[in-house]
Ligand binder design. Structure first.
Ligand SMILES: [Zn+2]
Length: 181
């Protein structure tokens, strides 16, 4: 089955909603003030989370439109995940990753949020925008990164704007979406 991206764009720009299940495997997730980025909300955890724990799985409709909160799932397709996922902030040294699988046949994507290292109680859950996004919206691209991690790259970018060395480091350390490589 072939799909037509402009059709998807017309359909989805009116009303984007998730189509399938949305399951939070880790019940201690909550949204509260970010202690890394001032005046920003963040997804946090009530309990300790061991590395490689699946925190959430959800199925989402795809859209051709990139937004401030969308997650890229294929070379020109994006999803708006549910509210909790939208509160995930960026970190250049993240403790979680988003792994997506786009089903062309069913025209939806499955999004999995997984911890990639141990996460302490009350810590903020974050992922690296450059591991899922080819680029970012104008609103975010090249804005200062406030993640405060020892390996902070200084500005927010997608994968395509990283230097060769930064790309190599990313791929060696965290899951990076296959369609970016
Ligand atoms: Zn940073």
């Amino acid at each position: 089955m072939t799909h037509n991206i402009s059709d998807i764009s017309l359909n989805q720009s009116q009303h984007i909603q998730n189509v399938g299940f949305c399951e939070y495997k880790h019940t201690g997730l909550y949204v509260d003030n970010s202690f890394i980025i001032p005046e920003q909300l963040a997804l946090r955890t009530k309990y300790f989370i061991p590395a490689h724990t699946v925190l959430s799985i959800q199925q989402c409709n795809v859209s051709a439109i990139r937004t401030r909160t969308s997650i890229q799932v294929a070379s020109e397709l994006h999803v708006e995940a549910d509210d909790c996922i939208r509160f995930l902030n960026h970190s250049c040294q993240p403790n979680a990753a988003i792994i997506s699988k786009y089903s062309e046949k069913d025209n939806y994507a499955t999004i999995v949020l997984e911890s990639i290292r141990d996460i302490a109680m009350d810590d903020e859950i974050c992922f690296d925008y450059a591991s899922t996004e080819f680029t970012l919206t104008e609103e975010l691209l090249n804005k200062p990164c406030l993640c405060n991690s020892p390996r902070c790259r200084g500005i927010l970018t997608g994968y395509s704007e990283l230097s060769q060395e930064q790309k190599q480091y990313l791929v060696a350390h965290i899951p990076v979406a296959h369609f970016l490589l």
